[in-house]
Design a protein around this ligand. Structure first.
Ligand code: CO8
Length: 258
């Protein structure tokens, strides 16, 4: 595995764990951190022994947003040319499921990062927010789009227009996150969930992730057609034959990822 400066990486069973590691600045996301994050996700995505990834921070902070020191004097042209947001966008190319394991501050670009993952597991202490309005800007990496799709217009409006933050319980009730655990458990539970998903049929898991994300991009008719085609294609896999045979033979399947 590559050496990184702003993140820590570890393989636990079939799960690639990535820990954002700029604790002194509350894991503020700068270009170096984001590009290391995307490199490590790509490395795990290309590793056949890994079935899912977890991105986490520390108990006090998942990430407090983009690094404000990098942006304070920037012009629109400089922001447009900056590799910063394109680095962030690379997460959309990751095929395997990614879980955000969130505790403490999950703000601005940090919340956008969590929402770019496929599932969000949270500790009881997590605080979700899009405070960009306080800086005289709006979210720039999906906050107005993904947050609105998750929590609905009226809650997104209040969060983005007036810096309303959500507690973990509120975030759960508004469908922003999957589950809430005590601080001492959230990472362990995220790893258990990631391991369970990693044990499932790899091609079907990746196809399911792709199709669910696709549903945000296309009309229902187009989405249903694409889902059906993907469903048919999985019948060319060894894993479909194995999964169905194993069910009928009352045994556990042994997946090949082929
Ligand atoms: N950028 C740079 N440094 C930060 C950031 C940040 N986003 N957040 C915290 N820090 C630094 C502080 O400057 C401070 O550094 P130092 O110790 O050297 O003074 C240290 O972290 C600790 O911060 P505080 O003293 O403020 O700690 P508190 O516990 O009092 O407060 C908060 C914690 C509430 C999280 C507070 O630090 C805060 O409000 N941070 C800024 C949150 C914010 O505004 N986020 C939005 C940033 S803009 C953005 O994300 C736009 C995204 C666009 C695209 C993103 C693609 C990834």
């Amino acid at each position: 595995m590559k050496e990184y400066q702003n993140i820590l990486t570890e393989i636990i069973g079939k799960v690639g764990l990535i820990t954002l590691n700029r604790p002194k600045s509350y894991n503020a996301l700068n270009y170096h951190l984001l590009s290391e994050l995307m490199d490590s996700l790509t490395e795990f995505d290309n590793d056949n022994k890994i079935g899912a990834m977890v991105i986490t921070g520390n108990e006090k902070t998942f990430a407090a947003g983009a690094d404000i020191t990098d942006m304070v004097n920037a012009s629109p042209e400089e922001m447009r040319k900056s590799p910063f947001i394109p680095a962030f966008e690379l997460i959309r190319r990751i095929k395997k499921p990614v879980i955000a394991a969130v505790s403490g501050y999950c703000m601005g670009g940090g919340n956008e990062l969590a929402m770019s993952c496929d599932l969000i597991i949270s500790s009881e202490s997590a605080v979700f927010g899009q405070p960009e309005i306080k800086l005289g800007i709006i979210p720039g990496a999906g906050g107005t789009q993904r947050l609105t799709r998750a929590v609905g217009k009226i809650v997104a409006m209040e969060m983005i227009l007036n810096n309303r933050t959500l507690s973990a319980e509120e975030a759960l009730s508004f469908n922003l996150i999957n589950r809430v655990y005590p601080v001492e458990d959230y990472l362990k539970q995220s790893l258990i969930l990631a391991q369970e998903i990693a044990e499932r049929a790899p091609l079907a898991v990746q196809a399911a992730k792709e199709m669910i994300n696709h549903s945000f991009e296309v009309s229902l008719t187009e989405g249903l057609g694409d889902e059906r085609e993907t469903f048919y294609n999985l019948f060319s896999s060894q894993d479909q034959k194995e999964g169905m045979k194993a069910f009928l033979e009352k045994r556990n399947p042994s997946w090949k990822g082929a």
